[in-house]
Design a protein around this ligand. Structure first.
Ligand SMILES: O=C(O)CCC(=O)C(=O)O
Ligand SMILES: [Fe+2]
Length: 409
């Protein structure tokens, strides 16, 4: 969760600078962690060819604990904006969201406060989580006037600018791959502060679980329609596409010799709301996941940790052979989900290019690492929430701060 310690931009006299390009603001590890959250939880976006993950969506789908990786980043970005634009007033975060700009996504010339319902926006921060050229083509950010006149996105870099028409900008069409960003808008108007809204969601969902119970971090899918990515008179389910691209498939949780229990679904996509297994090639993994989103999150966690896991395996076993295989070939049949492999490949296919040296034993280890990771975040969330609720704000609660009393202290 650590964010790289880039020095804050120098304070500027009002009007002196329109925008700042901060290089290396986020560490590669922070970029990867946010990418994991987005690829696990994103839904079809608010514009064509876009997938997005907003913080209220995380809180509403049983993933309130996944807000934690955002907390230090939001705080550092607010500090950077306040210092860059010499703000002698309170600044609130109006929106925080992860966005994938997929093939065909672009935005024409605009300023970020250009609609009556967007007038409250004062500043924008866009963090780039992956690299132009390597991960996607197109997607250059251009400004109409002033310097810098364009930004070529590099993972870890941030651009901050005023949301008014002195920063009219556009984003070129993404022609290949997936351009990942973390976008924040800041406001001076506390009525638009997103924190109280998030806290209200969190208190309705996360506070119900005490003590930490396993099911408290299992994701709960939103309505199926939110995962439908429409493209060119066709489309696909985002959960299926993300799982397929990494070589996995969804299987029934019911064993083949027990077919009589298998219920017939009107809409096969509804099967993703029920317990599922994961398969790869002819193998089906033993574990039953609570739903398709749970399975997807574990697959994305595995993908995030795969290089580390395979390096560890090679170190300990000298690279030879598999230890045990928690899989079988006769378990749950492949779910009859509608898919469009060609389109899934066109839209999400580019990021699997880091070839995974796949072993089921690594995957099994990733399942327990994911459980530990989620449990730790959930524990932190439950510790922080009372402090957040009493100040109606989301902030880093330092464990050494004297007012924090955690269990056992
Ligand atoms: O992603 C970017 O570089 C800028 C995005 C943008 O202009 C917007 O979301 O309003
Ligand atoms: Fe914009």
């Amino acid at each position: 969760m650590s964010a790289a310690a880039a020095s804050p931009p120098p304070p500027a006299a009002a009007g002196e600078h329109l925008r700042f390009h901060l290089r290396g603001f986020l560490s590669p590890e922070t970029c990867k962690e946010l990418e994991f959250v987005h690829r696990s939880c994103g839904t079809a976006g608010y514009r064509p060819s876009v997938v997005s993950t907003s913080l209220p969506h995380l809180a509403a789908t049983g993933c309130g604990h996944l807000l934690l990786p955002f907390v230090p980043v939001r705080e550092r970005l607010r500090d950077a904006v306040e210092s860059a634009f010499s703000c002698h007033f309170d600044l609130f975060i109006e929106f925080t969201g992860l966005i994938s700009w997929c093939k065909g996504a672009s935005i024409g010339w605009h300023s970020d406060d250009n609609k009556p319902y967007l007038r409250q926006r004062a500043f924008t921060a866009v963090c780039y989580l992956n690299d132009h050229g390597k991960d996607y083509k197109g997607g250059i950010l251009q400004f109409q006037d002033g310097e810098p006149s364009f930004i070529t996105p590099v993972a870890g870099d941030v651009v901050i600018y005023t949301a008014d028409n002195s920063n009219t900008h556009c984003v070129d069409e993404v022609t290949e791959g997936e351009r990942l960003t973390l976008t924040l808008w800041f406001t001076r108007d506390s009525a638009y502060d997103e924190d109280p809204k998030l806290l209200s969601f969190l208190s309705q969902t996360s506070l119900n679980y005490e003590p930490v119970h396993q099911s408290s971090y299992i994701p709960l899918p939103a309505s199926d329609i939110m995962y439908w990515f429409a493209y060119d008179h066709s489309g696909f389910d985002v959960r299926c596409a993300r799982v397929h691209i990494l070589g996995f498939s969804f299987h029934s949780s019911i064993d083949e010799d027990n077919k009589s229990v298998a219920p017939a679904e009107d809409d096969p996509i509804e099967l993703l709301g029920k317990p599922v297994r994961l398969g790869r090639g002819d193998d089906v993994f033993d574990k039953v996941f609570a739903n398709g989103l749970h399975a997807l999150q574990v697959v994305q966690f595995y993908y995030w940790k795969a290089p580390e896991l395979s390096a560890k395996r090679k170190q300990t076993s000298g690279g030879s052979g598999t230890v045990c295989c928690p899989v079988s070939q006769s378990r749950g049949t492949k779910l009859p989900l509608p898919c469009n492999h060609g389109l899934e490949q066109t839209i999400f296919g580019s990021h699997k290019n880091v070839e995974i040296d796949f072993e089921w034993s690594d995957f099994e280890l990733a399942v327990s690492m994911w459980e530990n990771y989620s449990e730790e975040l959930q524990r932190k969330l439950l510790t922080f929430l009372p402090y957040w609720l009493s100040s109606e704000a989301i902030f880093i609660v330092s464990s050494c701060s004297p007012q924090v009393r955690t269990e056992g202290n």
